[in-house]
Design a protein around this ligand. Structure first.
Ligand SMILES: [Ca+2]
Ligand SMILES: [Ca+2]
Length: 115
């Protein structure tokens, strides 16, 4: 609990939710189709918070190397967000990076339209 990761966690909540929706969409019947659209609603509700203030995420994550306490906090957040998810115990950092890339990509695209 060494720092305030508000923006980072909001971006993670969105990105992780989207990853989970993609996983669930395939897992529920072996295919992606229009019937899986409702799975996207919950993560999409988190998109505004994920984008708002996302420019501060690089500061929040500086200096880039996580202390053991910070790693524990991030790992706990991923597990709390995803619940039982294959590989979450060992692949949480990969999931963090993937989730942040998703959010950051949307943020960068979004800000490209601002003035
Ligand atoms: Ca935010
Ligand atoms: Ca499906």
């Amino acid at each position: 609990m060494t720092m305030d990761w508000k923006e980072t966690k909001e971006a993670l909540a969105f990105g992780l939710g989207l990853i989970k929706a993609g996983f669930d969409a395939k897992a529920n019947d072996g295919k992606f189709d229009i019937m899986d659209l409702p799975l996207l609603m919950s993560p999409m509700m988190q998109l505004p918070a994920a984008i708002d203030g996302a420019g501060k995420i690089p500061q929040e994550l500086a200096p880039g190397e996580f202390t053991p306490d910070e790693q524990d906090e991030l790992k706990a957040f991923v597990i709390a967000t995803l619940g039982e998810f294959p590989g979450v115990q060992t692949k949480w950092l990969t999931l963090v990076r993937a989730a942040l890339m998703i959010s950051q990509g949307i943020y960068l695209g979004y800000t490209a339209f601002q003035e």
